[in-house]
Design a protein around this ligand. Sequence first.
Ligand code: UGA
Length: 446
Amino acid sequence: MKKQTISVLGIGYVGLCTAVGFASRGYNVIASTHDAEKAAKINKGIPPFHEPNLQKLLEETVQNGLLNCLINQTETAVLETDLTFNAVGTPSKPDGSIDLQFIETSTYEIGKALNKKNTYHVVIVKSTVVPGTTQNIVKPILEKESKKLCGSGFGLCMNPEFLRQGSAFEDTMHTDRIVIGEYDKKSGDALESLYQDFYGKNIPPTIRTTLSTAELIKYASNSLLATKISFINTMANLCEKIPGADVKIVATAMGLDKRIGPLFLNAGLGYGGSCFPKDVKALIAHSKNLGYRLELLEAVESINKTQPLKAVQFCKELLGNLKGKRVAILGLAFKADTDDMREARAIPIINQLLEEGANVTAYDPVAVPIAKTIFENKIQYASSATACLKNADCCLLVTEWDEFKKLKPEDFTKSMKQPVLIDGRRIYDPEEFSRKMKFTAIGLGH
Ligand code: UGA
């Protein structure tokens, strides 16, 4: 059977991994974006962001001619393919509610293209959108612009993704589950048969449901993961008040209970990134509009807001007044294996340190170029962890990169002015480190 052809709109993490994923399995993929610079990189086989394991396959698929990225050519992308995944961004508005402008404009373009098409085409919303968006916003725009009826003239699905940055490609290829929200059975069948062809016998459990349920599954999943993080951070803060208590051991023991599970119970400085903060806020705002206050998620969010500032509080407890003190920051990205600094916990931490008059030097294996666009010359940037620690009064570990896990107490004591370390991500052994230096960590009873 001839493989279906696929178009992808938007080439952020979701769009690009979807495009490369299909192309790597032999599908012809056309991507389209408004960003000429990103398109040029992709067509040279260079990912526009740091993401492990993506480069090689991107290079191969571009060289084999299976993936081509166009600039602003939604029409060609739709006309020349069988299915379109819409993966454009859905940022937040200043009040936290979802900003659907990119979904709306791209849907308008898809609709116009469908008007010129004589064959059945399936449109799949892959972006994270609040419940009701596909039915009440996407469908009417498509019908109006294409002058066709959804269901008979074209198919419509909502298919959320669950990939994590840092393992985005792996997650795309081996997802735990596929969720297909379908306007009608024909649309759902078309998308499921694409995934059956893609995964073969190893197709993950597939849930077929309504468009709105699919949309909510994505928010519910991210909200629960964010809740787990704020929960364990609350336990960490409690542990600090109980002599001898250690949140890491609490989490390990809790995680052995199959009903709880071990993942997303790492206490730290809170969650960042382009998803959890935005999605939790968007669901709170959406629910409020529906007349229901999500008090649980409001608490999750407010805990996450104060958690990073605990790092600064620790600094003050250990050093006293921070004016003129040299603070070394290890890690700027919102988590390891990415250069993304959206909502990174390093941002409020560094801003607060600067406000307190500290001199900040920071190091991150890949995020320094992005950090420079945020902090400019307000802080110094080091080219290695050792250089960052030089003459520092205090070190604050913010991101759990593997290279930081390898550091020994001596690596700190030999170059710092004062051997003071705050482990904001619980990557160091408290016993070993507190024997050799002034050491404190999130969730450790004093
Ligand atoms: C998250 C979800 O994990 C994905 O399933 C989802 O598809 C994605 O959002 C999305 O909506 O697109 P991501 O933001 O890439 O993925 O990163 P995570 O690994 O979930 O980490 C998010 C934040 O939580 C990071 O700042 C991380 O440091 C923090 N975190 C994570 C903790 O503080 N503790 C933990 O135990 C786990």
